[in-house]
Design a protein around this ligand. Structure first.
Ligand code: ZN
Length: 243
């Protein structure tokens, strides 16, 4: 039996990872690890705790103040979009693009800290969410969030093996092949209670429906052809062809 540490941000991928670990008969004990890094919306911390309780995983919260406040996840301006086409159009920009939601090397820092925690506390495996995803054909997520790309996950996984003398393994089951819609299909099969998850970047208690993660979430449910149980302040417009 192995002990698994699941990175848990309270979102769709975290919930699916927890469900996946719970079903894995090789996994005997599950802990979850959540980071408070000064994000604007503390609701995701509440969602992460609720998910940990639901899956009977211990809830561990690490305070990790990051140095930037420019990102829309933190103190920076929150970009909102009228519809999903407007959001996706930024993926079409061919120039060097950086998302306003980018927090430099955030996922690298989270993973490094998680591996440190896993080795100290005796966890064999660190599960992390998809990190790389293609929200729609033609857009490459890694252009926006380079430390979320499949290439980064592969290289980091190798570094983890070397850096812990194979004591800890990094597992990123969705990173190479699965879109958010695929994750939602898998999570639905595993019985994930989507209503307990939270994705929004705004500072509302319920999903705003206009920020990038709200649109991505709603669009992924539509693509997966699964009813979206999320309560939005403004119902996201996820029909393509609005431009
Ligand atoms: Zn939102």
């Amino acid at each position: 039996m192995i002990k698994a540490l699941v990175l848990n941000s309270g979102g769709v991928e975290s919930a699916t990872l927890l469900a996946h670990a719970k079903k894995d008969t090789d996994v005997g004990e599950i802990a979850s690890l959540t980071f408070d890094y000064g994000q604007r919306n503390s609701q995701e911390l509440t969602a992460a705790k609720t998910l940990a309780e639901y899956y009977r995983a211990s809830y561990n919260l690490a305070n990790l103040p990051l140095l930037t406040s420019e990102s829309s996840l933190m103190g920076g301006k929150l970009d909102t979009y009228q519809n999903v086409d407007q959001y996706f159009s930024i993926f079409d920009a061919k120039e060097d693009i950086t998302s306003s939601a980018h927090v430099p090397f955030r996922n690298g820092i989270f993973l490094a800290w998680a591996v440190h925690y896993a080795e100290v506390a005796g966890y064999d495996v660190v599960y992390a969410g998809p990190m790389g995803e293609w929200d729609y054909d033609g857009g490459y997520w890694g252009d926006y969030f380079p430390d979320c790309s499949p290439e980064f996950a592969g290289a980091f996984g190798a570094a983890v093996r070397i850096g812990t003398k194979n004591k800890v393994r990094l597992v990123t089951p969705f990173v190479w092949t699965q879109t958010k819609a695929d994750v939602i299909k898998l999570g639905t099969k595993l019985g994930v209670p989507w209503e307990l998850t939270f994705s929004c970047y705004s500072d509302n208690f319920i999903h705003c429906g206009e920020c990038a993660p709200c649109l991505t979430r709603a669009y992924a449910f539509q693509k997966a052809e699964i009813a979206d149980p999320t309560l939005y302040i403004k119902q996201p417009n996820v029909q393509r062809g609005n431009e």
